[in-house]
Design a protein around this ligand. Structure first.
Ligand code: HPA
Length: 277
């Protein structure tokens, strides 16, 4: 059997033995949203370290576990902490958690992250609805023998971010007085931040925000037929757009500051997803 699929099945077995909960939506919590679980009616937890073969994050602020519970009666699984390609994991490990959450039962995937803002109208603390992505600077997670049990060899990527879910998030932001920008997100590998020349290049390519995650997860989820949506928290202006050097601490602080607004948007939007499940 394909070793990538075999590992996934082993992780699924481990989840099945430990957790009696079937989520309908999956939420990946990016930087700053680590405390989001407070707003969820939590029923169970599964630390990544207790799942055999599961990639465990090494990044400060990315403590890793699945949290199972309800957001207004909707059964969800949260990923508190994700793994990034720059940590050295094979790209198939980076998307293993996403695939696993689909196997658990989640048909919807809500991706969140922190990013550098490239669109000149953004500021630190802006929230951006992801309308499309550029994956060309990160390895494609579907490289290797296709896992036919998960999806097709050449999946279409014309509508990765579900239009209906986007509209719900847009309306939810409006109803709650939350300013929500929109744009294209590009994933680069990191871990170094971009150079100003790279940011100018991305700007010319139509990128509004840049980060080190999300796109590979969206590709793997789309391959498996999940409905996907994503919101990015612009934690800083991208390199060269202001005079101070970028630091991970700055990213975390800014993301923490936006957290209440972001949490509200997330909770309210997911509550309105019910009719799509
Ligand atoms: N670049 C890449 N990733 C990021 C940034 C950035 O400026 N900010 C937060 N994540």
């Amino acid at each position: 059997m394909n070793p990538v699929y075999e590992k996934l099945l082993k992780c699924y077995d481990c989840y099945k033995k430990r957790i009696d909960f079937v989520p309908k939506a999956a939420i990946v919590l990016g930087s700053g949203l680590g405390n989001f679980a407070r707003t969820v009616d939590v029923k169970a937890e599964l630390p990544y370290s207790e799942i055999e073969g599961f990639p465990v994050s090494t990044v400060p602020g990315h403590a890793g576990r699945f949290i199972f519970g309800y957001i207004n009666e909707i059964p969800v699984v949260l990923m508190q902490g994700r793994v990034h390609y720059y940590e050295g994991y094979p790209i198939t490990d980076v998307v293993l958690p996403t695939r696993l959450m689909k196997m658990m039962g989640a048909g919807i995937l809500f991706l969140t992250n922190a990013s550098g803002g490239i669109d000149p109208s953004f500021h630190a603390g802006s929230l951006m609805l992801i309308t499309d992505h550029i994956s060309s600077f990160a390895p494609n997670p579907l490289i290797g023998p296709n896992i036919d049990e998960l999806g097709t060899r050449f999946p279409d990527m014309s509508h990765v971010y579900d239009e209906d879910l986007q509209e719900i998030i847009r309306t939810t932001a409006k109803d709650n007085g939350i300013e929500l920008f929109e744009g294209v997100y590009a994933q680069l590998t990191g871990p170094s931040f971009e150079s100003p020349a790279e940011i100018r290049m991305l700007h010319r390519l139509g990128v509004s925000a840049v980060g080190m995650s999300t796109v590979v997860e969206a590709i793997a989820a789309n391959h498996m037929g999940m409905k996907i949506c994503g919101v990015s928290c612009v934690s800083n202006l991208a390199a060269g757009m202001n005079s101070t050097p970028l630091t991970h601490e700055e990213v975390q602080e800014a993301a923490n500051a936006v957290a209440p607004k972001f949490e509200k948007l997330l909770t309210e939007s997911v509550s309105r997803f019910a009719k799509y499940m």
